[in-house]
Design a protein around this ligand. Structure first.
Ligand code: PLP
Length: 394
């Protein structure tokens, strides 16, 4: 009677959600301050004042129709122009409002891109560890998600494994940097090598292979780590950006897709993006929030809390005896579990009210994710508990 796949997606809770809900229940029993919930990637840095001020000013001073009315589907043209100018200034690009499609965040951007590109038998490659929603997004358009095994030494790309998995069916490669869950930033060398391999494959197969660059964490890159702007290295790149993390606006649902002119068959790709958005009932991204981000396009993100939290948790875990790659960006650590079974390990951590997410959910068994977008005091208080947990394995 109903679509079984949709029923399954709508009723089967993700592990992250289940752990988060367990945390809420424990908080009611033992008190909020005694639960160390590293499960969710909800930014804890307050939304910047300039965002609130822009929203208030727009609400008080602009015409209601501009604030609350429909916009054209790709988004308010002046806002797109402001965003395009900002991208050009920051990354040396040469785009206009015609290269931008404003969306309700990165999840919408990615799903729209997949829907726009998909043809029967398409494959989408992702690198483990990866954001679990990719599977739902790819499968929702009838595609197949192909996972490249991880390179745990540094969480960059295992190119030998990658090359073996590219086929004539590969439609796109999903690149998420800074990465959720590993906290790695793909280096310029990694992006250059990726571009080189894909260009060679495009020539061999005589058709484009796209990069879908999922970039909600672009601004959260720590000192010494630059995030290469992928369209500068590889022509067939679609950038999916979001303000959820950079301006702590996950609930407002606002972001965009960049489709540079250099993308093969630009007009068709942009047109298909508009069509995909249409059938996915996008209509237009929230009008008020388009105006707000348009005004604040050049404002900086405050990442100081994530820098502090990342260093604190990393140091604490290393001292407790964990193996972990130093965080380079985003707000996640992805350390090795102290036993092979990551589910058993995370279950044992619960004894100390340490709520961690098993790596299997990200395509990487034997690891766990700790989201450190939480209060610094919570991390400080959690460190002796990580030590106690580690002592159980000595
Ligand atoms: N991609 C990654 C890697 C994420 O971590 C998230 C959210 O956590 C998203 C996409 C979705 O972000 P948005 O809120 O912009 O839809």
């Amino acid at each position: 009677m109903v679509n079984n796949k949709m029923y399954e997606l709508g009723t089967k809770k993700s592990t992250i959600r289940t752990i988060f809900e367990f945390g809420r229940q424990r908080a009611a029993e033992v008190g909020e301050e005694n639960v160390y919930d590293f499960s969710l990637g909800n930014p804890n840095v307050p939304t910047p004042n300039f965002i609130k001020e822009a929203a208030i000013d727009i609400l008080n001073n602009m015409q209601p129709a501009a604030i609350h009315g429909y916009t054209v589907a790709p988004g308010n043209p002046q806002v797109r122009k402001a965003l395009a100018d900002s991208i050009n200034n920051r990354f040396g690009m040469d785009i206009t409002e015609k290269n931008l499609f404003i969306t309700a965040g990165a999840a919408a951007s990615i799903t729209i891109c997949f829907k726009a590109l998909s043809q029967p038998d398409d494959e989408y490659i992702t690198f483990a560890p990866f954001f679990p929603e990719y599977r739902a997004f790819v499968e929702s358009v009838g595609g197949k998600l192909v996972v490249v095994p991880a390179q745990p030494e540094d969480w960059q790309i295992d190119f030998a494994a990658f090359e073996k998995l590219i086929t004539t069916h590969t439609k796109a490669v999903i690149v998420n940097s800074p990465n959720n869950p590993s906290g790695a930033v793909y280096s310029e060398a990694t992006i250059k090598k990726l571009a080189e391999i894909l260009k060679a494959k495009e020539e061999e197969y005589h058709h484009p292979i796209f990069i879908v660059a999922d970039e909600p964490y672009r601004e959260i890159a720590f000192e010494g780590y630059d995030v290469p702007y992928i369209p500068k290295y590889y022509a067939n790149t679609l950038v999916c950006y979001s303000y959820s993390k950079s301006f702590s606006l996950p609930g407002e649902r606002i972001g965009y897709i960049v489709v540079p002119n250099r993308v093969a068959d630009f007009g068709k790709v942009y047109g298909a993006i508009a069509g995909a958005a249409r059938v996915l009932t996008h209509v237009n991204a929230p009008s008020l929030w388009q105006l707000v981000v348009g005004r604040c396009a050049n404002m900086p993100s405050d990442i100081s809390t994530y820098v502090k939290n990342g260093q604190l948790l990393y140091q604490g875990l290393i001292e407790a005896g964990f193996e972990c790659v130093k965080p380079q960006g985003a707000f996640y650590l992805f350390p090795k579990c102290l036993e092979e079974d990551d589910y058993a390990f995370c279950e044992r951590a619960k004894k100390y009210d340490l709520l961690l997410v098993p790596g299997t959910d990200f395509g990487c068994p034997g690891y766990f994710r700790a989201a450190y977008c939480i209060k610094t005091e919570t991390i400080e208080k959690s460190l002796p508990l990580f030590k106690k947990l580690a002592a159980e394995y000595k």
